[in-house]
Write a protein of this length. Sequence first.
Length: 255
Amino acid sequence: MRGTPKTISLRRRLICDLMHASMGVPFVSLSRSLNIRTVLEARAGATAPSGWAAMFVKAFALVARDEPILRTVYAKWPWPTLYELPKSVALVAIARVDDGEECVIPQRIAAPEIMALAAIDAEIRRAKTAPPEDIPMFRKIMRATRLPLPLRRLSWAIGLNFGRQRGNWFGSFAVSSVAAYGGGELHPITPGPFVVSYGTIEADQTIHVVVRWDHRVTDAAPIARVLTRLEQVLNTEIAAELRAAGSKPIRAVGT
């Protein structure tokens, strides 16, 4: 069968490079349904509720503030070591159409634990709608993606294998979801060390969450505790911030 060869675009080349960088990571995963009734009620009453991606970014960063292992990356150079970052850095996978092509671009959010939830949400929404050249993280990655293959491999190796650069380029955790497109249990592949994904809200007011992590960094028991703490943070700190942001006005009902 004779087909039609197509050139790999820069956007697909980025994904190819990402998959190549992720090949050697020994990922394991843990999934659980979280009860989010309290945060659902708070969000329903908010005038301008933040999106779920923003809420999970801040909730995970708040948990990581008290759990240093969630701010730890595996680095190979100058020798294999675990490198603890002083703050969380999130990478949010943004699905969008650019120049007529569906693609995924990363949005970097540094220290989300000290940012307002609305500010995190604004950064994510901006990455969905702004021209790609106006998004610093995307410009930075595209510069590397335009390099010839040997130089691309070198730049990725530097970004991945030095602890400090790993935090700058790939963050301490990533958030990715297909909930906006109908849900499903997503197990994304990245260079790590932690990836959080979530599904759609169920009728019983739960949401299914998957955490994938680099097994070289930690084990399953700490992640099980993290999921418990994540549920607590969503229903306390995140719910409280949603309430504080302002409630919808109550309409008077005429009689």
